[in-house]
Design a protein around this ligand. Structure first.
Ligand code: CP
Ligand code: NVA
Length: 300
């Protein structure tokens, strides 16, 4: 039973296969007559829409489920929820506050579990990011992917995915918001190097990709004013972009807070690929679902 809680739940070969499946123009209807449960404990625009449409494109039926309907760990345990859902659906995908909840669901081994964003990881986003880098630059050609801002869920999955493909990355975060040793060990296991700094200008040097995300993630709203102070130097503006390689692209998972982590002129510039990235969420979701459904049919 295979799960997708973080990008390195895939082997390098499988990651490449998922990215290849994402570009298949007329994929087999591998979810024909089957359901995919989509549980969201937090709001979502891109993830819900891209997942629902990816399921439809594979011939399946997406079922959006609000957390209050299930009452996970209040009405019944997360484990019982999954064991019940396994009788109706082929895959369960969930956006949760606590990554541990996804691990408990996966540990039941009753159906494949897909992470639609947790406090620790956003691997479905990373797949779209890698697909975008492949299309815009080429995964074998990209020199360095620079991430400026909070070392959060989006950063972690991106850095793990890049490293698995041998891509070097850098991360610039303020003190107290940088990577920890567990993160670094996991990233370095992939083969790409990682440069850690608190200087955004250093991070973007020789980078072909400059990536940022919000300073305050969902669930951290109480820390917002402290974070606004801490991240003040970390806005991606045109002066920072000028320090990256000529022809570099700007990426952001969205939603963006213009004027905070990125300026209007950068996100609206020709260098910005944020909408390509957002649209690639659907294609990469289709690739991941095709792969995981294939695993179910081959191995149960
Ligand atoms: N990037 C992303 O996951 O967007 P949503 O939160 O809107 O799904
Ligand atoms: N880091 C952000 C990503 C949103 C898509 C969050 O977790 O809220």
């Amino acid at each position: 039973m295979r799960h997708f809680l973080e990008v390195d739940d895939l082997t390098v070969q499988e990651l490449k296969l998922v990215l290849e499946l994402a570009t298949a123009t007329n994929p087999p209807k591998s979810l024909d007559g089957q359901g995919v449960a989509l549980i969201f404990e937090k709001p979502s625009g891109r993830t819900r829409n891209s997942m629902e449409m990816a399921v439809v494109q594979l011939g399946g039926h997406p079922m959006y489920i609000k957390p209050e309907e299930l009452g996970i760990d209040s009405r019944e345990t997360a484990e019982d929820v999954v064991r019940v859902m396994a009788g109706y659906h082929t895959v369960l995908a969930a956006r949760v506050f606590d990554h541990g909840r996804l691990e408990r669901m996966a540990a039941t081994n009753s159906m494949p579990i897909v992470n639609l964003l947790s406090d620790l990881a956003h691997p479905m986003q990373a797949l779209a990011d890698l697909l975008t880098i492949e299309q815009e630059i080429g995964l074998s050609k990209v020199n360095k992917v620079a991430y400026v801002g909070d070392s959060n869920n989006v950063w972690r999955s991106l850095a793990i995915g890049c490293s698995m493909l041998g891509i070097d990355t850098s991360v610039a975060s303020p003190a107290g918001h940088g990577p920890n040793s567990v993160d670094l060990e996991r990233i370095l296991a992939g083969g790409g190097s990682i440069q850690v700094t608190d200087d955004p200008h250093e991070a973007v040097q020789e980078a072909d990709v400059v990536y940022t995300d919000v300073w305050t993630s969902m669930g951290q709203e109480e820390e917002m004013s402290q974070r606004l102070d801490a991240f003040g130097r970390f806005t991606v503006n045109s002066a920072l972009m000028a320090g990256a390689n000529a022809g570099s692209i700007f990426m952001h998972c969205l939603p963006a807070h213009r004027g905070q982590e990125v300026t209007d002129d950068v996100i609206e510039s020709p260098q910005s690929k944020v909408f390509v990235q957002a649209h690639n969420r659907m294609h990469s979701a289709r690739g991941l679902l095709s792969w995981i459904v294939g695993e179910v049919s081959q191995h149960g």
